[in-house]
Design a protein. Structure first.
Length: 234
């Protein structure tokens, strides 16, 4: 239960809370006066509930945007190079032997057209296998961090759209809006900052995801090497 709460908080709830508070700062059309010192526990539960509800669409939107970015920039799935060229000092052939010994999957002589899908499906088997072991919490924590940074991207995009609305349609905004009285240059600087922040989030999330791929493969190989005999298929 604690693991589920830990996962949901970083990948879903926290993002929903950030978006809610940020949009309230830009568009104060509703009140957050329910946050009171006299009812801290009830207020905390309500904030967590709001974050949980809003965070779910952000989670799926983050995954969708990531797939769009990968297609636009033709990013190759890292799993092929990691297995073929080795990971963390492990020879590619030795890793393939471990994969064949555990799953009966032969990664040699794979047609180019099917290689990415075949390797990706194989990695899914490896991930599911390693997640059943005692060391899985270390691997899962990496995905929590990477997904959190990934899901911050749609949050920033929504903030940018909100700022554009403030600039182009000021007559639609309540004058209590914090940004209503600021100059257009401050708003543009905020947009530029958010764009740079999105780029940074993308780079950070991809770096952590790559580290996760490496760690999953490394832990899998070490576990197989320690607990079973690897039958060579080469």
């Amino acid at each position: 239960m604690d693991k589920v709460i830990h996962r949901d908080f970083y990948m879903i709830i926290l993002l929903g809370i950030i978006l809610t508070i940020g949009l309230h700062a830009i568009f104060p059309v509703f009140s957050l006066s329910f946050i009171s010192t006299s009812e801290q526990f009830q207020s905390l539960l309500l904030i967590l509930l709001i974050g949980y509800i809003i965070g779910h669409p952000l989670f799926y939107l983050g995954g969708w945007l990531e797939s769009i970015i990968d297609r636009l920039f033709s990013n190759e799935h890292p799993i092929i190079n990691l297995i073929d060229k080795g990971v963390l000092g492990i020879e590619g052939s030795a890793l393939k032997d471990a994969i064949y010994s555990c799953f009966g999957v032969n990664l040699n002589n794979v047609e180019v057209a099917n290689k990415i899908m075949h390797y990706d499906n194989t990695f899914t088997l490896i991930k599911q296998y390693t997640y059943q072991q005692s060391f899985s919490d270390i691997l899962k924590s990496l995905t929590y961090k990477a997904t959190m940074f990934r899901n911050l991207i749609p949050v920033c995009i929504i903030f940018i759209l909100a700022l554009i609305i403030v600039i182009l349609f000021p007559f639609l905004i309540n004058q209590e809006c914090i940004l209503f009285v600021t100059s257009i240059w401050i708003k543009l600087i905020l947009i530029a900052f958010l764009v740079l922040f999105i780029i940074s989030l993308r780079l950070i999330s991809q770096k952590i995801y790559l580290e996760w791929f490496k760690e999953v493969l490394s832990y899998f190989y070490i576990f197989m090497r320690t607990n079973s005999n690897i039958t060579s298929k080469h």
